[in-house]
Design a protein around this ligand. Structure first.
Ligand SMILES: [Cu+2]
Length: 214
């Protein structure tokens, strides 16, 4: 849990640093200002690809990744959000979908929500029990009992827009097993307050746990 929290807050911190550095360096050749120095060791801010960092190291989502329902040759399962009794006040109008794609390159999960609070951080996970079974139970893990962070779990972190809409896609290099049955969204600051849950229903019955090729 501690690792999870640390990582969750490390991402925005790094992104903020990166954006600050990029913003102050739009035309470094002609500016007379002192160069901005950051104590980031060997990290070269100019060469850093924040999308790659997000996907490869943090693996908490990339809004520009191919959405799950557009992955070619994937086995798809999806569903609509149902409100959970544990939701905080103010979340009675949350709605949306989550889609999980199992394919030869692994797993892709995309979620799309409306009715969230504007400009709030959320965290969502693939869960291992159905929505009505102990509120979806624990997070789905590729290696049960292993790390509680990606890539051993599938997490999607996102911030809602000005209108309370959320959208995110996360990719994982492993193919999710049959226990990856549900998807839950939480406020990032109140993990216990599960807001809403999707039970994944397969587009083609019996394809769960199989790729299109086998
Ligand atoms: Cu969760």
């Amino acid at each position: 849990m501690n690792i999870s929290i640390t990582r969750r807050f490390a991402v925005p911190a790094l992104l903020a640093l990166g954006l600050a550095a990029c913003g102050s360096d739009t035309d470094s050749s002609s500016t007379a200002a002192e160069p901005v120095t950051t104590d980031m060791g060997d990290m070269n801010m100019d060469d850093m690809n924040m999308d790659d960092m997000n996907m490869d190291d943090m693996n908490m989502g990339d809004a520009d990744a191919t959405p799950a329902d557009e992955v070619v040759g994937a086995s798809l399962a999806r569903g609509e959000f149902v409100l959970m009794d544990t939701r905080p006040a103010g979340y009675d109008d949350v709605a949306g979908t989550a889609v999980i794609a199992r394919h030869t390159a692994g797993t892709t999960v995309t979620t799309e929500l409306t009715g969230l609070e504007p400009n709030v951080k959320y965290i969502s996970h693939v869960h291992a029990q159905a929505c009505t079974d102990e509120n979806a139970g624990n997070h789905y893990q590729f290696e049960i009992g292993g790390d509680t962070t990606p890539p051993n779990e599938i997490h999607l972190a996102f911030t809602s827009d000005n209108d309370g809409n959320g959208f995110m896609t996360a990719e994982n290099a492993q193919i999710a097993g049959v226990d990856a049955v549900a998807f839950v969204v939480h406020p990032a600051e109140f993990m216990d307050n599960k807001i809403a849950c999707v039970d994944f229903i397969e587009d083609e019955a019996g394809m769960r746990g199989h790729t299109a090729d086998g």
